[in-house]
Design a protein around this ligand. Structure first.
Ligand code: FAD
Length: 476
């Protein structure tokens, strides 16, 4: 392996091969649930260097864990404990290569931080609509590799829908240039879509061509108290009918989730939550004038109150207030982390079935764990809930996890299956759910996934043991 380190230094320069000292920033995941040990962290500066690193690792029999911002929530971006894996960090590949205003596209390197792409697009007068709470740290390569969702999927789709082309380094160290920027290309299998969402198990994304949108003329944000999840779903239907494509965000937040924000971030003023089981954050982005959009938005809220879907509401007066409301929503994961370790779920369900799912699952969990606290929030407009389970007050979170994690997961996921949902809506499979897939995914689908892995990465070089459990002949 010393020989490999020497080769890697020769490819990327000694300063970009980190093998000693504190490597915890790359070895420990965001939730601090997975702590690995890397042989080295390697930081290539170009696609050619990535390809050469992969070839050197293949020749030495070392496996590779691609890493972007290391904000993933399923333990897929950190090495295992063997001390033999190479973490390939894309962080130095952070340039915008081109912006084609007429084609409404931007071609960017994989290590670009999401927020910097939003800013680059805005500077050129466009919107890049992918947005999530980790946007100050996560990278577009990680977003594509996890097919990230976020807060505007309702209108613009997830990372997959925003991507027109990829550049990928294969498991053999070859470069596939698929940065076409075409909206139509039916020349066979869609290779781009194979790599998107593959969590670093099929290839290393080095660049992408992403779609841009016109900047909306007016963006309005409202915070509404709703009496139940049932009424929240009815409000969603009404908002879709009244606002059409202008409805760009629809987030739901349970009272306990908001109480954690109020408790741990005392500088934030959380509106309306104390007297209602759920609040909803609605966003309307429009090409119409601010005044016209505002009157339509306010008319929607008035109608929703008349029909009993909403009991109280506030509309942000300006952009700063809108940011404050979004900041509350985006602070829930941090507030939850402050409260202590918890059992996270990122589930998708048909929107129509969410109220019934929650009624049944809330009750089942309360029977299983007296005093259990449910942190329920998420992208209701996409049928995606972060249905998280926190220990009862005063309980030791670590002991709670040891005792209850598997039982809680079984209750939550068995009901997801019963309601025709998915056990991973947007975070992916990683290490966290790899052993769960055989129970919750069809054997036919799993066999096809393993066949794809075998075809593209027969040696099991890329992120082994994540997403698919390897067949016999693939090293794990
Ligand atoms: P990493 O964490 O570094 O990696 C994630 C996976 O992708 C790993 O399997 C890794 O091996 C692989 N990978 C990374 N880069 C590459 C590459 N260039 N080529 C091949 N494989 C690669 N996710 C959502 O979808 N929606 C949300 O709303 C959301 N909110 C979040 C809020 C918070 C506070 C946090 C901490 C996370 C949130 N996430 C959310 C999860 C996370 O931010 C996303 O999964 C994000 O897309 C990961 O990007 P990253 O660059 O950090 O990737």
């Amino acid at each position: 392996m010393n020989d490999l380190l020497g080769k890697l230094r020769g490819i990327v320069g000694a300063g970009n091969v980190l093998a000693d000292g504190d490597l915890s920033a790359w070895e420990v995941d965001w939730r601090k649930r997975w702590r690995g040990k890397a042989l080295a962290v390697v930081r290539p500066g170009s696609t050619e260097e990535v390809a050469a690193v992969v070839r050197a690792c293949v020749a030495a029999g070392a496996t590779i864990v691609p890493q972007g911002g290391n904000t993933g929530l399923v333990g897929g971006s950190v090495p295992d404990k063997t001390g033999t894996q190479v973490v390939l960090s894309l962080s130095r590949m952070n340039k915008v290569r081109a912006l084609d205003a007429a084609n409404l596209t931007m071609t960017v390197e994989a290590g670009c931080v999401l927020q910097s792409l939003q800013e680059a697009a805005a500077q050129a007068g466009f919107l890049f609509p992918l947005s999530l709470a980790a946007e100050g740290s996560c990278t577009i390569g990680g977003n594509l590799s996890t097919n990230a969702g976020g807060t505007q999927v309702l209108r613009y789709g997830n990372a997959r829908e925003l991507c027109l082309g990829l550049e990928v380094v294969t498991a053999q160290g070859e470069v596939w240039d698929g940065l076409s920027g075409l909206r139509k290309d039916n020349t066979g299998y869609d290779l781009r879509d194979l790599f998107i969402g593959s969590e670093g198990t099929l290839g290393i994304v080095t660049a992408a061509t992403m779609k841009l949108q016109p900047l909306p003329a007016a963006t309005l944000t409202a915070w509404a108290a709703v009496p139940s999840l049932d009424e929240a779903v009815k409000l969603l239907g009404l908002a879709q009918k009244q606002l059409g494509a202008a409805l760009t965000g629809f987030e739901v937040m349970g009272q306990f989730a908001l109480s954690l924000v109020a408790k741990h971030f005392t500088q934030m003023r959380v509106p309306l939550y104390e007297s209602t089981p759920y609040c909803v954050l609605l966003e309307n982005s429009d090409s119409e004038s601010d005044a016209h959009a505002r009157s339509r938005f306010e008319a929607l809220l008035e109608l929703a109150m008349e029909e009993g879907h909403v009991t109280d509401a506030v509309v942000a007066e300006n952009l700063a207030q809108a940011h404050q409301l979004w900041h509350i929503r985006e602070s829930i994961p941090m507030a939850q982390a402050e409260e202590g370790l918890n059992i996270k779920h990122d589930i998708a369900l048909p929107v129509s079935r969410i109220p019934e799912y929650c009624t049944l699952t809330d009750a089942a969990l309360a029977r299983e764990i007296p005093g259990v606290r449910l942190v329920n929030f998420g992208h209701l407009g996409d049928g995606n809930l972060h249905y998280n389970v926190q220990a009862p007050v005063g309980g030791d979170p670590a002991a709670f996890l040891d005792e209850y994690e598997e039982r809680v997961n079984t209750i939550v996921y068995d009901n997801v299956q019963r309601f025709a949902g998915s056990i991973s809506a947007e975070h992916g499979v990683g290490s966290l759910k790899v052993e769960k897939l055989p129970k919750y995914k069809s054997p036919v689908a799993l066999a096809m996934m393993r066949a794809v892995k075998q075809a593209l990465d027969p040696e099991g070089t890329l992120n082994p043991g994540r997403v698919v459990q390897a067949p016999e002949n693939v090293r794990v």
